[in-house]
Design a protein around this ligand. Structure first.
Ligand code: AMP
Ligand code: FE
Ligand code: ZN
Ligand code: FE
Length: 284
């Protein structure tokens, strides 16, 4: 079983449409893929339709989302799987974050322009399409304008990195609240890339303990942004706290270099995720 539990479509900051992502998952030889766009489930219906059009048994789709959270001034991501997308309290919180992404995106573009980058909000809107607007779309605009060579080169202190010259915070949910919202919607919360130091400061071990006490289900351990020591430490903490561990690509299409299935989740961890979920079922 090849199981990849973290991937983005152009409903947020990936470059593949949801149907293209499904085709890419088949081409990568995956048995299970989760679609986890930032703060939105807008891509799920198209992805589900694409999976249902495949010969039965080809691919299973796990619906999910990746929630933008903040604690102690540190941004962090919470993956949520198999929640009821219609549950109102959680749906309202996702909507709040998405709406604030527009205000914040405009402000980031304004900062970039003040710093001499010839980009525009219209350009960013074109790049983002109907997707949940984020810094990677602005990074693509900076690449188009010739300001930086790659999307990744835009995530430095000069431009868009956390705390960088053109970084403007957006509304982000307190993660304890987020864990409870996900569980109340029947979903399973998993802390995404908890040790991704190249993205900025990471939360303390105490925060992970507090999240576990609040209902966290798992930790994403095998991720391109984690080195071996970080993975070993997270695996130890997960065992101590009774959390399952996942591995995933965090695929963003051509906006990042990592391929689908670059990291995968063990079948027993996937089974624990399924056993804990009551809000929705996998497709296919
Ligand atoms: P936002 O959700 O708008 O705050 O932007 C965060 C997104 O930017 C993350 O989900 C990643 O896709 C991307 N990102 C964050 N840090 C980096 C980095 N160092 N290199 C490349 N992409 C990054
Ligand atoms: Fe992203
Ligand atoms: Zn993330
Ligand atoms: Fe992600």
């Amino acid at each position: 079983m090849r199981i990849d539990l973290h991937a983005h479509s152009n409903a947020s900051d990936g470059t593949d449409s949801p149907a293209e992502l499904v085709a890419a998952a088949v081409a990568a030889g995956l048995d299970v893929v989760a679609l986890t766009d930032h703060d939105t489930v807008a891509g799920q219906a198209e992805a589900a339709a694409a999976v249902r059009a495949l010969p039965p048994g080809t691919l299973t789709l796990v619906p999910g989302a990746e929630l933008s959270c903040r604690v102690d001034g540190i941004s962090m991501h919470l993956l949520a799987y198999l929640f009821d997308p219609a549950e109102p309290a959680f749906a309202e919180e996702r909507e709040l974050v998405r709406t604030d992404r527009f205000r914040r995106g405009r402000a980031v573009v304004e900062r970039c322009r003040e710093l001499g980058a010839p980009i525009s909000w219209e350009q960013v809107r074109r790049i983002a399409g109907s997707g949940s607007v984020g810094r990677p779309h602005i990074a693509s605009a900076l690449v188009e304008a010739g300001v930086v060579a790659t999307v990744s080169d835009a995530f430095t202190a000069d431009w868009l990195a956390n705390g960088g010259r053109a970084d403007v915070p957006k509304h982000e949910t307190d993660p304890i609240t987020a864990v409870k919202l996900v569980r109340a919607a029947g979903g399973v919360p998993v802390f995404a890339h908890p040790g991704a130091v190249k993205r900025g400061r990471t939360v303390s071990e105490q925060v992970i303990r507090d999240l576990a006490a609040a209902g966290l289900g798992g930790l994403e351990v095998d991720h391109v942004d984690h080195d071996e020591e970080t993975r070993a430490a997270l695996r130890g903490l997960a065992a101590e706290l009774g959390l399952f561990t996942t591995g995933s690509s965090d695929y963003h299409g051509s906006r990042k270099t990592v391929g689908l299935g670059a990291f995968t989740t063990a079948p027993d961890a996937y089974q624990q995720l399924l056993d804990q979920a009551t809000g929705d079922r996998p497709v296919g």
